[in-house]
Design a protein around this ligand. Structure first.
Ligand code: IMP
Length: 426
């Protein structure tokens, strides 16, 4: 690997296969850092046929000698994190402060945030976002409103109590009065729960700055993004987005970056498009082909189990992702799902209010975009281990060439199955 620091971002609406790619890359890196989002993410890793879904812990945890960092930009549900640590330990992985650290400045997802998220989504007259129901939005609200509980507070009973009392006043009022939620935990109850979880997490709590400087002085750091460019709170298809910056900028605010230097930004890109939750997407296929892709690709949310909606690859959307997230290369995943499907197309441009655009533009209402499709020869043949670009079946090589021509960056990785070894590096 050429660079010292590399960022992996989802270049679509999430679920592009970031976990698989990060796991594949991790052996070459000495640290993997999560810097935004929370346990709304579900990063699936399959090693020797054994599947693990990670929600908060970086996907480098399966690589020996790799330091995994949950940096301060992440919102952490401490109970979910403890469960995830225990799940990995039950697979005989050793999880210690040598391979996992948690930033003291990361934000805690409280019971109140989770209840708020669910209450809003379940209220008939509210605007439904189709969230994962994990309390992500209200936790980032707490953070921006300067009333959030931080991970460091879990081991400091005095500050925790003060902050919880403050938080409770407003949250409980809204939950009781506005949303009619009956079972809102009292401060004492939430306090006991969080202190108990804090004791379990305490060994891992450590500031990430010096640790990352130490890694950078002799090794390589991989920043693992969650969700995707189009779900970014600023650059995404607002309001149907998540509440963090999923684009490159999120790395700089969500983690410490030694020397502020990023060498590579790999856009993880599914060979087609999927979306889960509310909000339109231009290339959606509401037909048998869409259903077939959903079935062949086993497109169910790793966190919520919801069916993902499917459509063709959208080059106009990806062109935007390359621009706003500074992608230097792509990793194309799940290409096997499109093989032998019988048809293939891509969205090459958008028609919007009578005008043609080669990429998504800020402020476009996605529901009003008319996709302009280009038909391509269907993908067929077999992809095998160690193939180079030249050895690939012609239809696959042509598909890659079409993408590269439009986006002007190379496809450096090709994943053609869920297993760790089913990834080609060009
Ligand atoms: P939230 O992040 O739970 O608030 O959900 C906001 C939107 O982002 C919803 O449409 C979710 O379906 C979507 N979302 C959040 N996390 C993921 C993910 O990891 N993959 C795909 N979509 C996600």
């Amino acid at each position: 690997m050429a660079g010292q620091t590399c960022v992996v971002v989802g270049s679509q609406w999430g679920d592009e296969g970031k976990g698989k790619v990060v796991d594949y890359l991790a052996s070459d890196f000495q640290a993997v850092v999560r810097y935004q989002g929370g346990n709304n993410a579900g990063h699936t890793v399959i090693i020797n046929g054994e599947k693990s879904v990670l929600h908060l812990i970086p996907s480098g945890i399966f690589s020996p000698n790799c330091l995994n960092v949950i940096a301060h930009g992440v919102v952490i549900e401490p109970e979910a994190l403890v469960k995830e640590i225990e799940m990995l330990q039950s697979k005989n992985l050793s999880i210690t402060p040598r391979n996992l650290i948690i930033s003291p400045a990361a934000t805690v997802i409280t019971s109140y945030a989770k209840l708020m998220d669910l209450a809003r989504e379940n209220t008939a007259d509210a605007q439904k976002i189709g969230t994962t129901g994990k309390g992500i939005g209200p936790s980032y609200e707490d953070k921006v409103a300067r009333r959030a509980i931080k991970i460091s507070d879990l081991i400091n009973a005095n500050t925790l109590k003060q902050k919880l009392e403050f938080l409770w006043k407003e949250r409980a009022f809204l939950l009781f009065q506005l949303y009619g939620v009956k079972n809102v935990p009292r401060v004492e109850e939430e306090m006991t729960r969080l202190i108990d979880l804090g004791k379990k997490l305490q060994p891992f709590i450590q500031e990430e700055i010096e640790m990352l400087d130490a890694v950078a002085s002799k090794g390589k750091i991989l920043f693992e993004g969650a969700q995707g460019v189009m779900l970014d709170i600023d650059f995404g298809t607002y309001p149907f987005v998540t509440s963090s910056n999923t684009t490159l900028g999120g790395v700089y605010t969500g983690s410490y970056v030694p020397g502020l230097k990023i060498d590579r930004v790999i856009g993880i890109t599914k060979a087609y498009t999927t979306r889960v939750g509310e909000g339109a997407f231009p290339s959606e296929l509401n037909n048998e082909t869409g259903d077939l892709i959903q079935k062949n690709g086993q497109e169910f949310g790793a966190t919520t189990g919801r069916k993902r909606r499917c459509g063709w690859l959208d080059l106009a959307q990806l062109k935007y992702a390359v621009k706003v997230s500074g992608l230097t290369e792509l990793a194309l995943t799940k290409v096997d799902v499109l093989m032998n499907l019988g048809s293939l197309a891509v969205v090459k441009a958008y028609k919007y209010h009578g005008q043609v655009y080669d990429r998504y533009r800020l402020g476009m209402n996605v529901a009003e975009i008319e996709p302009i499709l280009e038909s391509l020869p269907p993908l067929e043949g077999v992809i095998e281990e160690s193939m180079k670009k030249n050895d690939l079946p012609v239809s696959v090589a042509n598909y890659i060439a079409r993408i590269e021509k439009e986006l002007n960056i190379p496809v450096q990785f090709l994943a053609y199955g869920p297993q760790r070894h089913q990834t080609l590096k060009f």
